[in-house]
Design a protein around this ligand. Structure first.
Ligand code: ATP
Ligand code: ZN
Length: 297
C-alpha cells in the first residue's frame, strides 16, 4: 500500500467508506475520533460526503437510523452508530469495534403512580417505542404478550396523552423520565457507540480498516492511560514497582541523592486515585502524572 501511495497519492486507491451521523449526539465524537486518528476532513458537516486528504477514506454524513441499511446495501463499508441502533437494525452486519462514548441504556418505564410487579406487568398492555425489534425480543424472552405501538419521537409523552401504558426508550440520566412522571422499571440493554461493518469487505478495504482500527486503539489507549513519574525510596522500590507495572516494566533510574530512585511508568486512568494514595503511603514523592497523546499497544 505504501508504495502505491507514494506514486499516486490516495486519489487512485480504493477508499474505505465510513458513514457517521450528520447531526446529533454521535456526530461530534465521531468526527473527533477520526481527527485524532490523523484523518483530516476538508468540509464541515454540511456536505453529504467528504474525502480525507491524509488517509484513503471517504466520510458519508447520514441519519444514524439509516446507517445500518446503507452498510448492508454497500453504500458504506462501515459506520458509527449507537449499539441500540445496531441491535434494532443491524441484522447481517457485525460490531467491529466498541468506542466507549455515548453510553446509555434502553429501558421500560411506566407512570410512577403504578405498582410494578415484574415483566408480566406488561401483559395485555400497550408500550410505545421507536425500537420495536429490541422490545419484541425482550417480551418474547420473558413470555409477555404486549402490544407494541411504534412511534418515531417524543416517546416519553405517550403515557401522559393516553397513547400507551408504558414506554421503551433510551435513558441516560433519567431526568426526561422524571419530568414526565415516569419511573424506569426494566433495563433491557446497555449501549455505547460502536463501529459496525459488513463481513465481506475486499482485501484492500480490510487493510485500510485494520489501519484505522490500529490508530483508533492507539488514541483510546492513550486517553485511558497516564504517564507517571515519581521518586521512590530504594527500600520500597519493589512494592512501588508492583503497583505500577507499566506496559512492560517501569524505567528505574538512580537519583543524585543516594537511597532514592526515579520511577517512570504508565498507569490506567481507572486505577489512578486508588494507586496514587497507596504510592504516597509507601513514601513516593514528587509524583507527576502526564497525559499521553498516542500509545502503541
Ligand atoms: P438522527 O437525526 O440522526 O436520526 P436521533 O435523534 O435519532 O438522530 P440522537 O438523539 O442524536 O439520535 O442519538 C444518537 C444516539 O446517541 C442514540 O442512538 C444513542 O445510541 C445515543 N444517545 C441517545 N441519547 C443519549 C443520551 N441521553 N446519552 C447518551 N447517549 C445517547
Ligand atoms: Zn435517529
Amino acid at each position: 500500500m505504501q508504495i502505491l501511495q507514494a506514486f499516486f497519492g490516495f486519489e487512485t486507491m480504493e477508499k474505505l467508506k465510513i458513514a457517521i451521523q450528520k447531526s446529533g449526539r454521535l456526530s461530534e465524537k465521531s468526527v473527533s475520533i477520526l481527527r485524532e486518528a490523523g484523518i483530516s476532513m476538508t468540509n464541515g458537516e454540511r456536505k453529504l460526503i467528504s474525502v480525507s486528504g491524509s488517509f484513503p477514506i471517504e466520510v458519508l454524513y447520514l441519519r444514524d437510523d439509516d446507517i445500518p441499511q446503507y452498510v448492508k446495501d454497500k453504500v458504506a463499508d462501515i459506520g458509527i452508530v449507537g449499539e441500540n441502533v445496531f441491535a434494532e437494525k443491524g441484522s447481517d452486519i457485525s460490531i467491529v469495534e466498541r468506542l466507549g462514548f455515548s453510553r446509555c441504556r434502553m429501558s421500560l418505564a411506566i407512570p410512577k403512580t403504578e405498582h410494578y410487579s415484574g415483566p408480566e406487568y406488561f401483559h395485555g398492555k400497550k408500550i410505545a417505542t421507536s425500537y420495536p425489534v429490541i422490545l419484541q425480543r425482550f417480551l418474547d424472552e420473558k413470555g409477555v404478550d404486549a402490544e407494541i405501538h411504534e412511534i418515531s419521537g417524543s416517546v416519553e409523552i405517550a403515557p401522559g396523552i393516553g397513547l400507551a401504558e408504558g414506554i421503551f426508550d433510551i435513558v441516560s440520566s433519567g431526568s426526561t423520565l422524571i419530568s414526565n412522571g415516569l419511573s424506569e422499571v426494566e433495563v433491557v440493554m446497555h449501549s455505547e457507540a460502536v463501529i459496525i461493518g459488513r463481513n465481506d469487505l475486499s482485501q484492500s478495504k480490510r487493510e485500510i480498516l485494520n489501519d484505522l482500527l490500529f490508530r483508533i486503539r492507539s488514541v483510546q489507549a492513550a486517553t485511558n492511560n497516564k504517564y507517571i513519574l515519581l521518586n521512590a525510596p530504594n527500600d520500597k522500590l519493589d512494592e512501588i514497582i508492583g503497583l505500577i507495572p507499566g506496559m512492560k516494566s517501569p524505567t528505574v533510574m538512580p537519583l543524585a541523592e543516594s537511597g532514592w530512585s526515579s520511577v517512570h511508568s504508565v498507569l490506567s486512568e481507572r486505577q489512578f486515585w486508588q494507586i496514587i494514595g497507596e504510592l504516597q503511603k509507601l513514601g513516593a514523592q514528587g509524583i507527576l502524572v502526564i497525559p499521553i497523546e498516542k500509545m502503541i499497544v
